[in-house]
Structures are given as structure tokens and as C-alpha cells.
Ligand binder design. Sequence first.
Ligand code: MCA
Ligand code: AMP
Length: 504
Amino acid sequence: MANPLFDSLFGIHAGKTTPFLTLPDDQVVTHAEFLATSAQIANVMAQAGLTPGDRVAVQVEKSPQALAIYAACAQSGLVFLPLNTAYTADELRYFIENSGAALIVCDGRNEKSLTAMAKDLGARVETLDADGGGSLMAKAATQPDSFATVPRAGDDLAAFLYTSGTTGRSKGAMLTQDNLLSNARTLVQEWRFTDQDVLLHALPIFHTHGLFVATNIALTAGCSMIFLPKFDLDQIIARLPAATTMMGVPTFYTRLLDDTRFTQDLVAHMRLFVSGSAPLLAETHIQFETRTGHRILERYGMTETNMNTSNPYDGERRAGTVGFPLPGVELRITNPEDGTELPQGDIGQIEIRGPNVFRGYWQMPEKTAAELRDNGFFITGDLGRVDADGYVHIVGRNKDLIISGGYNIYPKEIELVLDDQPAVLESAVIGVPHPDFGETVLGVIVPEKGASPDTGAMMQAIQKSLARFKHPRELVVVDALPRNTMGKVQKNILRDQYKDMFAS
Ligand code: MCA
Ligand code: AMP
């Protein structure tokens, strides 16, 4: 095929007048209408002089037009770079500079601040507002609604997704057309998606889960989506009767379970509920089954690999496990010290190899080499084991990571800001259990001798530079951090000490 990603996900729907997206106001966008919009956007980008391989950074609210930018990038051979709407100007600057984005599409509210930055970095700016307004769609409206698909190969880059690291610097994970397509095709088969499905989509479309898992599956299967701007309990309850499947992070399911309107009758017709991005407590899995009769299907993935494992559609969906490696995906458990493979049943580092594994981190050969072995295995940083029946259990993390409501937070990023504040000697940021978000952020501060740091001012400094979801829920001041004999901060002791701080 001339452009495998575009042809397989979007081109196959050309001319179809069947629904693709149903919006909160019940307006329906057909496949043909969606493709016409994306072709118009592709024409705008071509006229702006963008050429295949250029990066397009997109920080906009979820909308059909926002999704059409993804399709337009695929059709034009451009690299799609979606960004969390919560990122601050400081965070954005890094992504835009690091990726060398040629075009930034932002919400009109941020145009002023981004235009100055873009000028500095040699990028163009277009706006797209939540209601579809802004300069991008104004230009698109004057363009033809067809576009000659740019030929691409399966190993050409399709998207960059930035993922933070233990050093605090985000890395651009380079995903190829084949990475995305192979995973979408596998998941459609494994989870039995057909064009008869209606997927309730309330996830953001700037991360793997909402974009490459949910959306790519719907496009591959040719099914429609109820496309909600965000997770809103009332909307979900109202829309479930029209859906056949739903995907979510564990917070979606715990919030549903907390609502008495969420009953067996409401979801008796549903075919499948999928959970991922963070651990689903076995307790939630069991409670969900008791309430609804459905067993949530839990799967495990990463930005760098898309999906790696899944509980079975037909067999036993085992609570507290992430199921089996997907067809074509190899999973091995290794010793974190020397990388040797461990005997079956032992706990070690999870490594993944397969067509889903990314090509490397953009312009970071050392970081790529440190995580992606020459033999193709990617070191996930997750710790796990494979039980006697072959189910994969994730038992912890070998990386310093907090997952709050499905968003990843790397403590180092927050510690760097805290350590910079007046009167702070050092800090440690940890994740502690939280009833709604699974984990939440706690900052532990050690003041300089005799000083009393102003925690309010510290929170303000964090607000300026870091996205809202990364902000510590609380800062506590202590005399010293626990350290081992090597002088390394023992975060496990801190996590244990503060584990009940936000317990329900
Ligand atoms: C919102 N806030 C958060 C989070 N979300 N704080 C911490 N963690 C969060 N996840 C902030 C809001 O800005 C708000 O701040 C306050 O917390 C409460 O907001 P609330 O209205 O309760 O939140 P919400 O808007 O309902 O959002 C919660 C959410 C959302 C629905 C769980 O975060 C969400 O959709 N998460 C999904 C993330 C996701 O798609 N992850 C996939 C990554 P204030 O009160 O000050 O305004 S991909 C991935 O991980 C891999 C590859 C995989 O396996 O999928
Ligand atoms: P990200 O950096 O956004 O790609 O997040 C990937 C990380 O999310 C993985 O390395 C895991 O630590 C975590 N994750 C994803 N799915 C699951 C799951 N089902 N159970 C536990 N952790 C998960």
C-alpha cells in the first residue's frame, strides 16, 4: 500500500456515510465528513510548506477536528505530536524545541504566549478551539476536500509521544506506522471488535490509551465512537445504553462504582469493558463483577510499545493480572542487575520485543541504547512475574514513577523545582495511595539548617512550571530523609510512612 497507516485506518472508509463520531449534542460526524475535514487540513499544511517527516505539535481540546489533524498528518506523511492540554508554557517550550516542530496547533486562548515562543523557535502557529473555531479551520474551509495521499513506508515515523524519565527530561518516543498498525490489528482480533461496535470514548486523545488503543481500534474495525470531551459521570451514565464497549483508566471504574445509577441493568447489553494505564485493584475488579456481572478486561501497555499483554476475551480474566503477551509480542523477565533471563515464576524486570516496540527516543541515542537492547528487547522499568498459567503480574516498578488517574508523573521533575526553592536543602517526591486517583503526589521537604521554607510559595513555583496533575497534593517538612548505607534516599520508607495520608 502507498501509505499503510492512512490507507488502513482512514482511506478504507472513503465515501462511507455511516456514523464515525457521535458528539455530546447528538450531532453525528460520518466517515466521509471526517475524511473531508482531514483532507482540508492536509491541504492547509501542504500550503504552509510542511513536508513529510516534519513534526506537527498539537495542544488542543478533544474534538472531531483535533482527531482530523491526526488523520491529516497520516495522509501527508507528517509526524503527529499530541500534547497534554495541562502542560504549562515552560513544559511546552521544551517539547517544541526538542522536537523541532514546524507547526504548532494550539487553543486560541494560548495563541499569544505560543506565538512569541514559536517565533523564537522557527515554528508556525495555527489555532483550533474546542468548538472547532480558530485559524486552522478557517483556512481549511477554503481548501478542497480531497488530498493526494503522500506515499510512506511502514517503517516511516508516524507519531512522537513525549514520556518523562527518571532524570526529569522528557523523551520523544518515535513510533512508526507499523508500530501503530500492528498493535491495532492485534487488538481488534483479541478483543473481537467489529463494525457493529459502538465505543464509548471519554479518554483524552493526546496519549496512547485514547489515541492509539481506542481510536485506532475503532478505525481498524470500522465501528463508531461516542466521542465525549472528557470523563463526566453523568454523560457516561447517559450514554452507556447506546454503547457496546468502553475503555478507561481505573479511576473511571471506581467513580462508576461509587454511583448508585451504575447498575447491572444499565450495562446488561454491554460487550466489553477494558482497563489499563494504571493498576486496577483486584478489589475493584471483583466489585465490578458483583455489581454488573461483567469482568473488566485488564491489559498492560506503554507509550514506547503500545499494548503488550491482555487478559483473554474468552478465557478467565484474572483479577490483579494483566493477562498474556499479545500475539507477536515476546515478554521476558530479567535480572535488573545483569539482564539475564530469570526462571519462570521469579520476579524481575519486564522486557518486551515485537512489531509494537518503538524505534527509539528522538535525538537521544544514549537513552535509547540504555533502554532498547541490540537484540530488540525494550526494558520497560516495570517489575513483574509470569505465573504457572502464563498470566503476567506487575508487582512494582524499577523506575521512580507515580501514576495518578492514569497520568504518569516522574518525581524528579518536581524535585528539581522544589530543590531550587529558597531555604530548601533537598526534597523527595513520592506517590501515596489515593481513593480516586489510585496514587497521588506527596512532596517531602528538608529545610536548610535553621530555615523554615514557605510551602505556599513553593506550590506557586510548581504551578508556574508544571502541569496541574503533577502538583503535590501536600508538602510536608521533615528534618532529614531516610537513606541507606550508600546514601540513597529510601523512598520505600517514606511511602510506607505516609501511606494512609489520603486514605478514604
Ligand atoms: C485531573 N486532575 C488530576 C488528574 N486529572 N490530578 C491528578 N491526576 C489526574 N489524573 C486535576 C484537575 O486538573 C483538577 O484540578 C483536579 O485534579 C480534580 O479534577 P477532576 O475534575 O476530578 O478530574 P477529571 O477532570 O475528572 O479527570 C480525572 C480523570 C482524568 C478522568 C481520571 O485524569 C483522565 O481522563 N485520565 C486518563 C489519563 C489517560 O488517558 N492516561 C493514559 C496514558 P483543579 O481542581 O485544581 O482544577 S497512556 C498510558 O498510560 C499507557 C500507554 C497505557 O497503558 O495506556
Ligand atoms: P506511559 O509512560 O504513559 O506509557 O505509562 C506506562 C506505564 O503505565 C507502564 O510502564 C506501567 O507502569 C503502567 N501501566 C500501564 N498499564 C498498566 C496496568 N494494567 N497495570 C499496571 N500498570 C500499568
